[in-house]
Structure formats: C-alpha cells, structure tokens
Design a protein around this ligand. Structure first.
Ligand code: MGD
Ligand code: MGD
Ligand code: SF4
Ligand code: MO
Length: 705
C-alpha cells in the first residue's frame, strides 16, 4: 500500500498525517508517527477530510442563483458578473457599501492568508468583518495594547510548565487554540507525570476539567474578577517579580492599584469561587518553579473578555512567567509574519474609526461581526448593500444569526467563496468554489506562530483538484482584479500593478520568500525534503527584541478605564433562579461545517442542552425530553441532557448546528439538524470594551417543550 504525507487543516493542532493511497485515491488516514511535533496524534475528524473532499454536496464549479434555482456558470462569466455588480454598488453608493466577511478556515489556508491583505486593499472598503470578533479579538487587543503588536500572541509553554492555570478552554475537545500543540492530552498528562498541576476554571466539568488536578467552577463572565483577585493576592504577598522585564515595563503601580480594588472576599460570591480557594491558587501559582495562566474562548467571548485577556498576560508578567521557560512564551516561526509586519510598521490599530450604526470600534481594520446585520438593515449613507463571504458561515456562527439570515436576503448582491451551499452561502447570487484538503499543499503560516515548540512542516498536494475549482489565493485575487476592472475598489495604477504581480508570483513562491527571509532561513524546497516536518527547538525568551525599543505596558489606560464597568457588575443582584447559557465544542464537530460527514454525525445527537439536575427538577425537565430555550432574540427547541457536570444556574449548548434552514444543500447535515446556539445569542451583547461578541453568559428561560 502506497502512503503519502500531509498535514491536517481542520484545527489548530496541525497534526501530521499518513495517508494511504489506493490507485491515486485517498484511503485510510493515520497519524504520522515520525512527525516530531504531533508524534502520531490524530482525532476522528482527520478521516473526514476525505468526506468533505469527495462530498457529493460539495460545489465543484461556480454556481449562479436564478430566483430559487442554481445553474453552473464558467469562471469567466462568474467573475464578469461579480466584478461588474460589486463595482456598480461601490460606484453608486461608495466603497463601504460592499462588505467582506472572512471565516475561520482562512487562517488554516496559507494561500488565503497571503491573498486577503491584497484583497482587502483592492476592495477598499471599511465594511470588513471576520470570525475574529466572535473569537480571539480580546487576546489580540491585549497584545496590541501591552506589546504594541496585535498578532504577537504568547502561548503556554506546556511542555516545561509546572503549573497550568487554564480559563475557559477545553483542549481535550478543541485540541487547543492559540496554543498549537499536537497531542495536547499527552502533553497535559506529561505535565502531571512530572509533578506539575493542571487547574481548569470553567462553569462546566469539561473533558479537560475531568483530567485536571483541580476544577474551579466559575460563574460565566466573571473571569476578570477572579484574575484581579489573584493579582490582589500576588501584590499583597509581595510576590511581584518582573525579572528581565522590570527595566522595560510601565504601569506596575497602576496594576497594583487596580488589583487592590478586588480582594478575593469581594469577588467570591460573584465568581462562585471561595476566597480561600482564590488565595490558595494564587499562592500555588507564585510558588511554582514555572507557571502559566492561559485563557481561550470561554474567557474572551464574554461581557468582560477584554479585561480577562489583559489580566491573563498581566498575571503571567508580574509573577515572572512572561517570556520565561515554562511560562507564557513567544514562538520563532520559520515564516515570521509578526517580524514582517513590525518592519513594515503594520502593528495593528484599535478604535481609529467606529461602525456607522452602533459606533462599535474597528480592530485592525475590521468591525465587530455582531453589527453586520444592522449595518445591512439600517438605511442611510454607507448602508451595506452587497457582501462577499470567504470560508465563513456567519448565519450559524455570529450572534443573533436569525437576524443576519433575514438581513442577507435583503442584499442587492452577494458572492460567496466556499465549498458548500450552506446556511449563509444559500443567500449568495454566486458561489465560487475552491480546492480543499489533500488537493492542496499545506503550510500552517498562522499556527506555527502559535506553536508550543518551534516547528515547520510543508505538505505537497496528494491529488489533483477537480477541474473547475480554484485555489483560495487565485479565487480572491481574481475577484479583486475583476472588481477593479469594472471600476470598483480602490483606484491607482501602482495598486493594479502590485495586484497583478502578486497574482503572477503565486502563493507558493510568496511563501518560499517568507521562509527564506525568516528567522530560520529555510527554503520551501528544504521543507519539502523533510516531509515529516522539522523540529526547530523549544521556545526561546525574546520579548525584549520583539518589543523593538518599546516598553511593555502592564496597565494600558484602555483597560483601566473599563474597571468601573466591571466593579458595577458586582452591584448587580445575585441570580434569582434565571439561567445563563454558555457554549461548548465536541471532538467530532468543527464549527458549523463538518456535519455533512456521516461518520462524524452518527451516534447520539450532538446538539443537546446540558442542564444541572436541580435546575432540571425545578423546571420539570427530564433526561431525553425536549426543552424550549428562549432568549431576548429567539427560541429554539432541543433535547435535554441532565448532568451535574454543568454548574447550577448554567445551561450549555454547542454552536454550529441548525441545519434545517431551507435552501442549503447539505443532505447529511439536514438529517441531523440540531438547533443554532446563535439563534439565542444576542447581537446587542458585546464586550463594551473590545466589541467582541459576548457569546457566553446569555440570559435564557428554559421550559419543557
Ligand atoms: N472539535 C473541535 N475542535 C475545535 C473547534 C470545533 O468546533 N470543534 N473549533 C476550533 C476553534 S475555531 C476554536 S477558536 C477553538 C476553541 O478552543 P477552546 O477555547 O478550547 O474551545 P471550547 O471548547 O469552546 O472551550 C471554551 C470553554 O469555555 C467554557 N466557558 C464558557 N463560558 C465561560 C466563562 O465565562 N468563563 C470560563 N472560565 N469558561 C467559560 C466552556 O464551558 C468551554 O468549556 O477550538 C478549535 N478546535
Ligand atoms: N455561540 C458561539 N458561536 C461561535 C463560537 C462559540 O464558541 N460560541 N465560536 C466562534 C469561533 S471561535 C469561530 S472561529 C467562528 C467560526 O465561524 P465561521 O468561520 O463563520 O464559520 P465556520 O463554521 O468555520 O465556516 C467555515 C466555512 O468555510 C468553508 N471552508 C472550509 N474550508 C475552506 C477552504 O479551504 N476554502 C474556502 N474557501 N472555504 C472553506 C466551509 O464550507 C464553511 O462554509 O464561530 C464562532 N461562533
Ligand atoms: S486534532 Fe485537529 S489537526 Fe489533529 S487530526 Fe484532529 S482536527 Fe486534525
Ligand atoms: Mo475560532
């Protein structure tokens, strides 16, 4: 049996794969034992790459909607139409009348990542949206404010730490996020085997919490309070030690003043964590030879996500764990986009302009996705009339997806670049299909920058793409060029020349240049000659050189100003029997788009509401029965799973479901529709500081259906 090597492009763990090839077709997929980074790790989703690739529902040539019917069209005709319609909207109503939404798989495709800056520049619209603002924006904002660079993100040095404090993350299901670490379960087990401690802070006893030394059940949305109380204890015990960062950091006194306002005794009732436990955790954190605090989706997609993201970095910094072995560290990736952006002066920005309707701040040139629907609906100068989506499904993935769903049907024109006609792209006038999976080469430009050990792996395509799809890079560049050809987008001859030059260069040669001029000076050829991947060594302290003359800001004014809002939350009455809703992820699911793989959706229904036994009893809900869940914006009906794993007063539902909407073409998913969590989450509920969606902690009422 012939085998070939590839890299999984589904999640951030970037597992090396060994793929059995039968007559040029994809066979069984296994973990590559010889990959020095992922060491043979794999999860059930890897086998489903082939399911998506060979899915009968996949779109294999451009599709044009004529009323309710879809007709195949040539790429030339498709680009001609899209270019002229988008250009027309921009000419008549201004460039911002065309919006762009980039979805999560953009970050998993180096060719998309390299094209999007050019695409955005060419379209020249400020109506840009992405999955960032329903995800990691607060972490990026903390990096921007503290390190002066929005994508200089620290990662936990999991392999060398002795104390891992994890907030709002469940890597045993998600396989890690802003922490690329193939085989995270093994790495966490190794941490405990060497005498280290794993402490998980989560309203639910997750798979990861169950495998931890300690699980702290926290009330949703109160992580910032908990973190301030930890800092309070660190200052109180005079355990501050900034080490090499002391001479180049500002704001320690302000941070201390802030923490002084939030002693453990003050936040205990609200967080649901006893003051004695907070003191004990703070003591253990400062006493560990190396410790790291890390937070993810649960910590940042909530009402105080910005504060939580800042305080996580601050806690690591003042305990001497920032930029130290076993702490919160920075990678040295072979293709270093942060270094490149620093040299070109593109460090990011925040709040330089605001959204038209609600006045929400831009971040790195993007507006919060929570405001997309109202920007389409609200009349006036600058209203969004046309939309381009790339690798996204915001109807299922952004708050109040029901409202966005209705808004999309009111657009004058919409183009989607995607593999499927899903809940979002069904609204498009045109769908442009791309290659996928083993049809492509793979290099994880974004994720090696977030890896817990420096590594690099390049995979060549294993099979030819279908004849009428294009690469992500080509699809984006060709669309941009078509819009400009018709007089839309940003003007200028130099830009036109640059776009054509980049299109001709191609994504692969572009990547090669980034690698050759990167810190390890590796060519793509050399990587291709080492198909199991290269180990480039453990993470190295480097913050001082990354700051390039700037100072580390421990207490940026932006965050300090938000503390009164946090303090005010302490005055709110205690919950009186109402429930709040949080999200979750499952190993066999990937956001909204893997439910068309039979092998991933078979078995018990994934989209069930977890309810604590006492909350269930109080409402007459029973295991296996159905519940009606209602929020300010919508109502869904879902099966109930009664479990003491979720804390009292909290219910949990996974996102990415809700495949019963007419007009999508996902035949397997339609048989396992579930309901969309984001038909309940509220587009008006954002972290007022950052504009990120507050997807967790949604007030709901639950009744038997
Ligand atoms: N199998 C699978 N893997 C995935 C994905 C997937 O859909 N499926 N998606 C990928 C993507 S896009 C991402 S961004 C990552 C995300 O990776 P993670 O952040 O690890 O993923 P989640 O499982 O959403 O973990 C969030 C946790 O936060 C908890 N939580 C909710 N509210 C709060 C709160 O207020 N405070 C605290 N402390 N905890 C809270 C939830 O109970 C949940 O356990 O996963 C990636 N990997
Ligand atoms: N309530 C709640 N909502 C959430 C979350 C949560 O925890 N709770 N998590 C949020 C997070 S972290 C994220 S990242 C977002 C994700 O939100 P989105 O990115 O909007 O949605 P996805 O479900 O990832 O949809 C990805 C789309 O890309 C297509 N696709 C896949 N691969 C490719 C490719 O290579 N090229 C192209 N052109 N298309 C491709 C798929 O067919 C699919 O249509 O969801 C967010 N929504
Ligand atoms: S853990 Fe992530 S990268 Fe690894 S096989 Fe599963 S989906 Fe792919
Ligand atoms: Mo995400």
């Amino acid at each position: 049996m012939a085998t070939a090597l590839h890299t999984c492009m589904l999640c951030e763990a970037v597992c090396g794969l060994t793929v059995e090839m039968e007559d040029g077709k994809i066979g069984r997929v296994r973990g590559d034992e010889d990959d020095p980074f992922s060491r043979g790790h794999i999860c059930p989703k890897a086998a489903a790459i082939a399911d998506v690739q060979g899915d009968p529902d996949r779109i294999l040539e451009p599709q044009r909607r004529e009323g309710g019917r879809w007709q195949p069209v040539s790429w030339a005709a498709a680009l001609e139409e899209a270019g002229s319609r988008l250009a027309e909207v921009q000419r008549n109503h201004g460039r911002n009348a065309v919006a762009v939404y980039l979805g999560n798989p953009t970050v998993h495709s180096y060719s998309a990542l390299l094209a999007t800056p050019f695409f955005n520049r060419a379209m020249g619209t400020r109506s840009r949206f992405s999955a960032t603002s329903v995800d990691q924006l607060p972490h990026m904002l903390a990096s921007l404010e503290m390190f002066g660079h929005q994508v200089l993100l620290p990662v936990p040095d999991v392999d060398r730490t002795q104390y891992f404090l994890m907030l709002g993350a469940n890597p045993l299901a998600s396989n890690g996020s802003l922490m690329t670490a193939g085989g995270i379960a093994r790495r966490l087990k190794e941490l405990r085997d060497r005498g280290g401690r794993l402490v998980v802070v989560d309203p639910r006893r997750t798979e990861t919490a169950a495998a931890a030394d300690q699980h702290l059940t926290i009330r949703p949305g109160t992580d910032a309070l908990f973190l301030l109380a930890l800092l309070h204890v660190v200052f109180e015990r005079r355990r501050v030690d900034l080490r090499h960062l002391a001479a180049c950091s500002d704001g320690l006194a302000s941070l201390q003043e802030a923490a002084a306002r939030f002693p453990p005794e003050r936040v205990s009732a609200h967080t649901g964590i006893a003051a004695s436990v907070i003191r004990e955790v703070a003591g253990a954190f400062v006493s560990a030879p190396a410790a790291v605090a890390y937070g993810r989706v649960g910590a940042c997609t909530q009402e105080f996500g910005g504060l939580a993201a800042w305080l996580i970095v601050a806690l690591n910094a003042v305990t001497g764990n920032l930029d130290r072995e076993g702490g919160f560290m920075f990678s040295t990736p072979a293709a270093d986009l942060v270094g490149l952006a620093t040299r070109t002066g593109d460090r990011g920005h925040f709040g330089v302009w605001r959204s038209r309707v609600r006045g929400l701040p831009e971040f790195g040139g993007e507006l919060p996705s929570a405001t997309l629907a109202e920007e389409i609906e609200t009349p006036g100068e600058g209203r969004i009339r046309a939309l381009v989506t790339f690798a996204g499904n915001p109807v299922l993935s952004t708050p109040n997806g029901g409202r966005l769903d209705r808004a999309l049907s009111r657009l004058d024109y919409m183009v989607s670049i995607d593999l499927y006609r899903n809940e979002t792209t069904r609204h498009a006038n045109l769908i442009l299909p791309t290659s996928f999976g083993f049809e492509r080469d793979q290099y994880d430009l974004a994720f090696y920058a977030l890896a817990v050990r420096n590594a690099a792996r390049y995979a060549r395509p294993l099979v030819r793409p279908p004849p009428r799809v294009r690469g992500d890079f080509e699809a984006l560049m060709d669309l941009a060029l078509a819009v400009r050809r018709h007089g839309g987008g940003r003007k200028g001859r130099a830009l036109g020349l640059a776009l054509r030059a980049v299109r001709t260069l191609g994504a692969r040669r572009f990547l090669d240049l980034l690698l050759r001029f990167g810190p390890h000076r590796i060519s793509l050829r050399k990587l291709a000659q080492n198909p199991h991947g290269l180990d480039l060594g453990p993470l190295q302290p480097q913050l001082l050189s990354r700051l390039s003359g700037r100072r580390l800001q421990l207490a940026p004014a932006l965050f300090l100003r938000d503390l009164d809002r946090l303090a005010a939350s302490l005055e709110r009455p205690a919950p009186n029997g109402d429930l709040v809703l949080i999200g979750r992820r499952a190993l066999r699911s990937n956001n909204s788009w893997m439910h068309n793989s039979e092998r991933l959706v078979k078995g018990p229904e994934g989209c069930a509401l977890l309810v604590h036994p006492e909350d269930a009893a109080a409402r007459g809900l029973r295991e296996g029965g159905r519940a009606k869940v209602a929020s300010r914006v919508g109502t869904v009906e879902v099966p109930v799973a009664v479990t003491a794993d979720v804390m009292r007063g909290v219910v949990s539902l996974p996102h990415g479901w809700g495949h019963a909407r007419a007009g999508a073409s996902l035949s397997v998913a339609a048989d396992h529709p579930g309901a969309s969590l984001n038909d309940l989450t509220d587009d008006q509920a954002v972290d007022a500081l950052s504009g990120n969606a507050a997807l967790n902690g949604v007030p709901v009422t639950v009744t038997p259906a």
